[in-house]
Design a protein around this ligand. Structure first.
Ligand SMILES: NC(=O)c1ccc[n+]([C@@H]2O[C@H](COP(=O)([O-])OP(=O)(O)OC[C@H]3O[C@@H](n4cnc5c(N)ncnc54)[C@H](OP(=O)(O)O)[C@@H]3O)[C@@H](O)[C@H]2O)c1
Length: 373
């Protein structure tokens, strides 16, 4: 709960971490940055990632719905006040990170672009627009070449990002025939209210009190499900053919990012009572055989991926291990003998980090490297 006058911390549940010192180069141009949704789960993490990576910042503008107008928040360049976002919020801004949902992005991103900013949007509003690049820098950085100085770049869905960084090296080496993915998604995937709901419901269950679910599967529903001590096969609304929107996002976005429109991919997305980090089981049918040892070597060498796979030593990644970390962790790599070239694996990635904030900041870094920012 945020109290009146309290300075909001910069960073999600992990707060400030020691700097990776990854990015800043002496003499580099500094940028004026806006974060729309700075008070939310993703917005706070964007501020933490900008600080961790020494992103070259001249100043930061913090924007929200107006709920926290005037509140002070820590940023990489000192404390700043939160303002209510409107069409005039973007004068002088070079890069605007949007983390406030699709409606806000549709409403305000065009104003930010008109003001001369590059928008990097975390919502699904523009992801499937053929004019808008959908980018994971380890996978398809060249998709950024189509945007001009000002424009919109879409950050993919969190479950999709952690999947494609693992699929890419395997696809390059052995070709993808078919992908079957099932997710185990953390409650922070629905934002700060998901974290609060799991904590509140868990306390109620353990105290033997009646549980009043208010948030999941999504706030607009009349009835809500308990997530504490439960598993819910429902992420986002149901749609075409009874698949959820999250499932369709994984299908369509993976095809767009991998530039493989005919890829046979199917998904089942599930919410689990975990605070942070999404996990996925992935069954792959490949065009050419790839033995598990070779797959481990490829994934070990892939950017943004770490292999934790030693069944003899009971080694595999879990959400608690990956919380606050940048890489996507892979384990349980096994041959699937039911097809001629099959592989099973398990992956875990911090969806607030690589699945959202880190990927967005990496897009901005890639734009700087391409002299487009
Ligand atoms: N959570 C994840 O794991 C995750 C991963 C990938 C992508 N995303 C996407 O990232 C976006 C943000 O998600 P979140 O999880 O951070 O949600 P959240 O914790 O609920 O935060 C929502 C943020 O949006 C702001 N906001 C709401 N209405 C606004 C308005 N009219 N104008 C300006 N700001 C407004 C809120 O500001 P106030 O606090 O001032 O109301 C808050 O800062 C969503 O599009 C989500 O789909 C989330």
């Amino acid at each position: 709960m945020i109290l009146d006058g309290e300075v909001l911390p910069c960073g999600g549940s992990v707060g400030w971490r020691p700097s990776g010192g990854a990015y800043e180069v002496a003499g580099m141009k500094r940028h004026r940055v806006a974060v729309v949704g700075a008070t939310g789960a993703v917005g706070k993490e964007i501020l933490a990632v900008l600080a961790d990576r020494h992103f070259p910042i001249e100043d930061v503008r913090l924007l929200g719905s107006g709920r926290f107008e005037g509140r002070r928040m820590g940023t990489p360049v000192g404390e700043r006040s939160v303002d209510a976002a409107d069409h005039d919020s973007f004068a002088g801004i070079d890069v605007a990170f949007f983390a406030a949902g699709s409606d806000v992005a549709r409403e305000l991103a065009p104003s930010a672009v008109r003001a001369g900013a590059v928008v990097i949007d975390n919502s699904s509003a523009f992801r499937m627009d053929p004019e808008v690049p959908l980018v994971v820098p380890e996978v398809n950085p060249d998709a950024l070449d189509v945007i001009d100085h000002a424009g919109i770049v879409a950050n993919p869905n969190c479950s999709t990002i952690v999947l494609v960084v693992v699929l890419k090296p395997i696809a390059d080496a052995a070709g993808l025939e078919r992908v079957v993915v099932s997710t185990y998604q953390a409650v922070s995937g629905v934002g700060s209210k998901g974290i609060e709901a799991l904590e509140r419901e868990t306390r109620s269950v353990l105290a033997g009190e009646a549980v009043e679910p208010k948030v999941l599967p999504y706030p607009s529903a009349e009835r809500h499900r308990v997530i504490a001590f439960n598993v819910v096969p429902h992420v986002d609304q149901f749609g075409d053919q009874d698949y959820s929107k999250e499932e369709w996002k994984m299908v369509h976005e993976t095809r767009k990012i991998l530039a493989d429109p005919g890829l046979r991919i199917t998904a089942t997305t599930v919410r689990v009572p975990v605070f942070r980090c999404h996990a996925e089981t992935v069954n792959l049918e490949l065009k050419r055989s790839l033995d598990p040892e070779h797959a481990r070597e490829l994934l070990h060498a892939a950017p943004g991926v770490s292999v934790r796979d030693d069944p003899g030593r009971l080694e595999y990644p879990t959400p608690l291990d990956a919380t606050g970390l940048d890489d996507v962790y892979v384990g349980r790599i096994r041959r699937d003998d039911t097809v001629s070239a099959g592989l099973n694996l398990w992956l875990v990635g911090d969806q607030l980090r690589k699945g959202a904030a880190l990927n967005a900041v990496q897009i901005a870094e890639a734009l700087i490297e391409k002299h487009r920012l």
